[in-house]
Design a binder for this molecule. Structure first.
Ligand code: PAF
Length: 283
């Protein structure tokens, strides 16, 4: 596996593969790999000739009060894990390679970024994501890019950018990978002390409660939400948001007859965690 730091190096390496008609898969990441990231790399490895993983803790998607400076970073460990998954290129640029002096462009997706994490973290968050992901697509020019469904809203934002800007890349969303007790894997789980780690299981338990009601035939979004909120109350957690929204448009829903995303964000101990389930509609 090659570790590359500059855009021209990546262009050259990918260009050589393209010249031989090889397919290119990209896994965009911010490092601190866990099984979720590795599952994306495995999928990319199965489906492409050349696999590129980007490792870049993107400053523009963090608000000033967020955890940019403390975000877990261990490039040597990440590189070893990526290599073990058969990744061909790890693109790990410095911030000024991605955002050189005078950088002035930002991509804003309207509408779907106003709610959930967009409302909770601020508009800059998805602008930062959309901008850096579009840059990565421009640098690597992958055939396919792989994202985790844990960031369900991010997947919708990226799909919208690709559609609206006619970018020639296929987006694959891969299933959430969970710990044995159901906690969704996240680089931020390292912030949890043992008590908070235990408390954090409430996120998936609440979503499971919602899922069980839906699977049992309940379709009223309000009743499903109340059942999930009860799990949080019992766990002593006050979610930042817990919402049921149309899985495509993120419009609020009154019932779950169409595919519905139930999404949650909550502060647990020192971590801000998110999770979601897809409630399959009747159609
Ligand atoms: O999901 C992430 O890790 C990041 O938001 C991404 C897609 C790599 C963009 O910085």
């Amino acid at each position: 596996m090659k570790i590359l730091r500059t855009i021209p190096e990546v262009r050259e390496a990918v260009g050589e593969a393209r010249a031989k008609q090889r397919t290119v898969g990209l896994v965009p990441t911010m490092g601190a790999f866990h099984e979720g990231h590795l599952s994306l790399m495995r999928r990319a490895r199965q489906e492409n000739d050349l696999v590129v993983v980007s490792l870049f803790v993107n400053p523009t998607q963090f608000a000033p009060n967020e955890d940019l400076s403390t975000y877990p970073r261990d490039e040597a460990r990440d590189a070893a894990q990526a290599e073990a998954e058969g990744v061909d290129i790890l693109f790990a640029p410095a911030p000024d390679e991605v955002y050189p002096h005078g950088f002035a462009t930002s991509i804003h997706v309207a509408g779907i970024t106003d709610v959930l994490d967009g409302a909770s973290r601020g508009a800059h968050h998805f602008d930062g994501v959309a901008t850096v992901v579009t840059k990565l697509f421009g640098i690597v020019r992958p055939d396919v890019a792989y994202f985790g469904q844990k960031d369900a809203q991010q997947v919708l934002v990226v799909r919208r950018v690709v559609r609206d800007l006619d970018l020639d890349v296929r987006i694959e969303a891969c299933p959430i990978v969970r710990e044995v007790d159901g906690l969704a894997m996240s680089s931020r789980n390292v912030y949890l002390d043992p008590a908070a780690r235990q408390q954090a299981t409430a996120l998936n338990r609440a979503l499971d409660a919602a899922q069980a009601l839906h699977d049992g035939g309940e379709r009223d979004a309000g009743s499903i939400r109340i059942a999930a909120l009860k799990v949080f109350k019992d766990a002593g957690i006050h979610p930042e948001y817990l919402e049921l929204r149309d899985a495509e448009t993120l419009e609020p829903v009154a019932d779950t007859t169409r595919d519905t995303l139930i999404a949650v964000a909550a502060r647990v101990g020192a971590a801000r965690l998110i999770d979601n389930h897809l409630l399959k509609g009747d159609a």
